[in-house]
Design a protein around this ligand. Sequence first.
Ligand code: F6R
Ligand code: MG
Ligand code: MG
Length: 384
Amino acid sequence: FLITLSIIKADTGGFVGHSAVHPDMMAAARHAMDRAVRSELLIDGHVASCGDDVSLIMTHRYGADSQLIHSFAWDTFQTTTGVARELGLYGAGQDLLSDAFSGNLRGMGPGYAELEFDERPSEPVVCFLADKTEPGAWNYPLYKMFADPFNTAGLVIDAKMHAGFVFEVYDLFEEKWICFDCPAELYDMLMYIGAPARYVVHSVRSKTLGETAAATSTQRLSLIAGKYVGKDDPVMIVRAQSGLPALGEVLEPFAFPFTVGGSMRGSHHAPFMPVSVGHAHPARFDGPPRVVALGFQIHDGRLVGPRDLFADPSFDEARHQANLAMDYLRRHGPFEPHRLPLEDLEYTTMPQIQARIANRWTPLPSPPVPATAGRPASAGAAKS
Ligand code: F6R
Ligand code: MG
Ligand code: MG
């Protein structure tokens, strides 16, 4: 039957700094979630965290962008903010940008990924939660899962996958979207999604099954708020198996700790480290950015799970490589490519510096007139 899986998340306060969520906040969110399940607003719910973000993982029958579900999440985040204030936690209420809830969460701070689908006889899904990075962080793994046969064997040898997948891509700067039909339009698509600060994969659909297989959160808080309010740490839902990538094909892209924008002050490239729930607390240089993968079997809308999928020791080498890459990048200090390019910084002192020293920038003298000046143009261009 038709159900909706929603992950709605917000940073409502950090313990300590921006590194984790306090256990009392988690308890308050779990209490609210239990009540919502008992009152039958939700079919089921699970509260999780990654870094300083609380994620509400919920199944229900109200579709995406439901006022009922979004307002439940908003109220729950108000409650966890209350706990954070009581304990003097850091950045209490950080992602709640508005004073009052007005219909749905769009532009209000919390991030969300939602997927409505007809539950299959067996429905394996993975909920990915990340901290200290941005929604474009999902571009690389989604490309690998749904378009790269070196990652996903099924693209070659599964008849239900061979026709490929359609990627829906958002332009976060100009608020436009487009669909790329892959593999035919792979190279066109890579031109865009290889720039993940601006172009973000929003969803992926199977051409053969006509089913949406993946959905991401695509808000960019820094732009929504018009000023820095914290990195918009993203979440993603991926359905697996039976004509979609197998569980292991969904996880495989994270065996390489590719770099993402985020980490310290949301302004550095750093490796994306796949970790168990117990290790999802970025500390070193407010990083490296973390990703956890919670696996569920959904049955009659119930969330059977989670399994902590990156607890698998086969991701140890990715973690080791992430630490080496972090050492390498850290030694660049304030130099690119560790520091993000000027236009992608979340923090910047540039306007103040410019204002203070603008009048000391002196035009370079015009270049001396070259000795060849005045000769006919053809004289210097004789060789062919
Ligand atoms: C990155 C992040 C942290 C903070 C940093 C400074 O997404 O949240 O790296 O940017 O800890 O925080 P403030 O300015 O709150 O002291
Ligand atoms: Mg925070
Ligand atoms: Mg965060």
